[in-house]
Write a protein that binds this ligand. Structure first.
Ligand SMILES: CC(C)(COP(=O)(O)OP(=O)(O)OC[C@H]1O[C@@H](n2cnc3c(N)ncnc32)[C@H](O)[C@@H]1OP(=O)(O)O)[C@@H](O)C(=O)NCCC(=O)NCCS
Length: 148
């Protein structure tokens, strides 16, 4: 990614993702409520600019056997458009594929659609509204033996 030499991309705990997910994605919820909807077997990735955590996301098995779901993608507003989201998504995809995922999917917020398309996802639904959050597309990416 184009963040400069001080930036690092690494696994983080789900707890570390919560402040950014809360601020960017679900400010109307409490952090406790956000945490209560997390899958126990999730894998999270963070991007740090120096010591500041600037982007997060996580992936977990879900939907059907060998399917994994990406959730909680959030970058601090001042750091957007510089590749941090792509770095998180690449890390999540690598983990899911290594764990045996044949399909990775997400409910993508409409403004984030091109981020997922650049990572090989495509939309497989009409645009739909999630109440209180906004318009989304169901997007998916096949891996391994069924390239998408
Ligand atoms: C979506 C998001 C995680 C991308 O993070 P990022 O670090 O900016 O990602 P990258 O720099 O790797 O890629 C930029 C892409 O993000 C998307 N994006 C959405 N909102 C954006 C914004 N305000 N600024 C820049 N990019 C934005 C676009 O798809 C953009 O691609 P484009 O240049 O082709 O338009 C980030 O913009 C964000 O936190 N948005 C608000 C929360 C959100 O919508 N999360 C996704 C839920 S599915």
């Amino acid at each position: 990614m184009a963040e400069g030499p001080a930036s690092t991309v690494r696994e983080i705990s789900l707890a570390e993702t919560r402040p950014l997910r809360h601020a960017v994605l679900r400010p109307h919820e409490t952090v406790e409520s956000l945490a209560s909807h997390e899958p126990a077997d999730a894998f999270a990735v963070g991007v740090f600019d120096g010591r500041e955590l600037i982007a997060v996301g996580f992936v977990a098995p879900g939907g059907e056997p060998d399917a994994w779901r990406v959730r909680g993608m959030a970058t601090v507003p001042s750091a957007r458009g510089r590749g941090a989201g792509k770095a998180v998504l690449d890390g999540l995809l690598a983990h899911a594929v290594a764990a045996g995922a044949s399909r990775v999917w997400c409910n993508a917020r409409t403004p984030a659609r091109s981020l997922y398309e650049r990572a090989g996802f495509h939309a497989v639904s009409e645009e739909f509204e999630i109440p209180g959050i906004g318009p989304h597309f169901l997007m998916e990416r096949y891996t391994g033996t069924a390239p998408g």
